[in-house]
Design a binder for this molecule. Structure first.
Ligand code: OVM
Length: 402
């Protein structure tokens, strides 16, 4: 030990447990306390560090050489414990592997591809909105938020219809597994084998249609960029990251609109605000709360020293409400300049699917803005508890037609 060790400012101890129902019911006071306590906190309970201020979250997610993803982006350190599934070759990877796989994924999300999907996505959005308007009173989660992403994105991939009910349970397994082993992880892992079996079976070239995004991934095998197994793993990434996330984003934005009548009025007056409203909801009530990184060397954050091979949890949803970064951080404002939010993460691992997520959000909420007159809660929302994804299990809503 050298002398410098003794002068290290110790990280303050985190005072709350973010992986509990109590915290998830209203995480914002907890996030504010984390931001106030210091640039980096230590959780003795989980044996990890936590950053919760915008600039520190941004730094941890941006400096991939120091804050690695290869040992997993959840609490589990893959250098110490066996991962619950073969690691993702894009999410749970660093360059150069990450660069090669990300390049192939990004090719399936270009403006040209998005443009070709737009018409279909808008048609399905109209169908969805007409259906809930006919219902009048509906559940914003099961009748609305969970319908559309489970339909349009798998359609675009070329995934068979049969068995799609496995997609949301798989998302729940994946995202809960980034957190500690607790009651939420346990519950998500019920039926794990059959859900995982369906997912893996439907990632193959044979299972996928000939002209979807899945086929574009397999085209990279034919051009020598990927092995056949790697292509299957990248399709798995689509199914892991592309369905549960958007469903939760839809539920959260619907809740925002139903509980902020002034913002709903603005959106009705200008349906072209739908794209920014979706973006603002990713800041104000983003589904993805946090991802972890692992230090590759000794590093200092805000004067606090962290050793190599330590886990750091970067609370993106806290960064999204940091008053040092945002004016009126706790106000939902669909006209806000919202660039710089952490709802899609940032850096080399920033959401590769964001063009498609935005297309989905814009299509659905612009249709809602055009066709609905009023929207309000019709009962108490029920929270969905998940270690990483923030969302509702049930959201009773009442709408009237314009
Ligand atoms: C993956 C994956 C899984 C979950 C999330 C994600 C946010 C990626 O399997 O690659 O990105």
């Amino acid at each position: 030990m050298n002398a410098a060790v003794d002068t290290r400012a110790p990280a303050p101890i985190v005072q709350s447990d973010p992986f509990t129902r109590e915290f998830m019911d209203d995480p914002y006071p907890g996030f504010a306390a984390m931001r106030a306590a210091g640039p980096v906190l230590w959780s003795p309970q989980y044996g990890c560090y936590i950053v919760a201020r915008h600039d520190d979250v941004q730094r941890v997610l941006s400096e991939w050489q120091t804050f690695s993803s290869a040992a997993g982006v959840g609490l589990a350190n893959f250098s110490k414990e066996k991962p619950w599934r073969p690691p993702s070759i894009v999410l749970e990877a660093d360059p150069p592997l990450h660069t090669r796989t990300r390049t192939v994924l990004a090719r399936t999300m270009t403006p040209g591809v998005v443009k070709a999907l737009r018409e279909r996505f808008e048609r399905e959005a109209e169908i969805l909105v007409d259906r809930v308007l006919d219902m009048g009173a509906f559940d914003g989660i099961t009748d609305f938020a969970e319908h559309y992403p489970v339909k349009v994105f798998p359609d675009a991939l070329g995934l068979p219809e049969k068995g799609r009910e496995n997609l949301l349970p798989y998302g729940s397994m994946v995202f809960n597994s980034f957190g500690p082993r607790n009651e939420f992880t346990e519950a998500a892992m019920a039926n794990a084998d059959s859900v995982r079996g369906w997912i893996m079976a439907n990632c193959t070239r044979k299972a996928l249609g000939k002209d979807g995004l899945g086929a574009m991934i397999y085209a990279a095998v034919d051009s020598g960029e990927l092995t056949e197994d790697e292509a299957g793993m990248l399709v798995r990434s689509f199914l892991s990251a592309g369905v549960d996330t958007t469903c939760n984003a839809f539920g959260n934005l619907l809740w925002c609109l139903a509980t902020h009548p002034d913002q709903w009025r603005k959106l009705r007056e200008k349906p072209e605000l739908a794209r920014n409203a979706f973006e603002e909801s990713l800041r104000y009530e983003g589904p993805a709360q946090a991802f972890f990184r692992t230090t590759t060397k000794d590093v200092e954050i805000g004067g606090i020293r962290i050793a190599a091979n330590e886990k750091i949890c970067a609370f993106m949803q806290s960064a999204n409400r940091d008053p040092q970064r945002w004016e009126r951080a706790d106000a939902f404002d669909i006209e806000r300049r919202v660039v710089g939010h952490m709802g899609f993460g940032t850096g080399i691992h920033g959401c590769v699917g964001q063009p498609i997520a935005r297309l989905e959000g814009e299509a659905v909420f612009a249709a809602l803005a055009r066709k609905a007159k009023t929207i309000e809660l019709a009962g108490e929302p029920k929270r969905q508890y998940n270690n990483v994804l923030r969302s509702f299990a049930s959201l009773p809503v009442r709408v009237t037609r314009a």
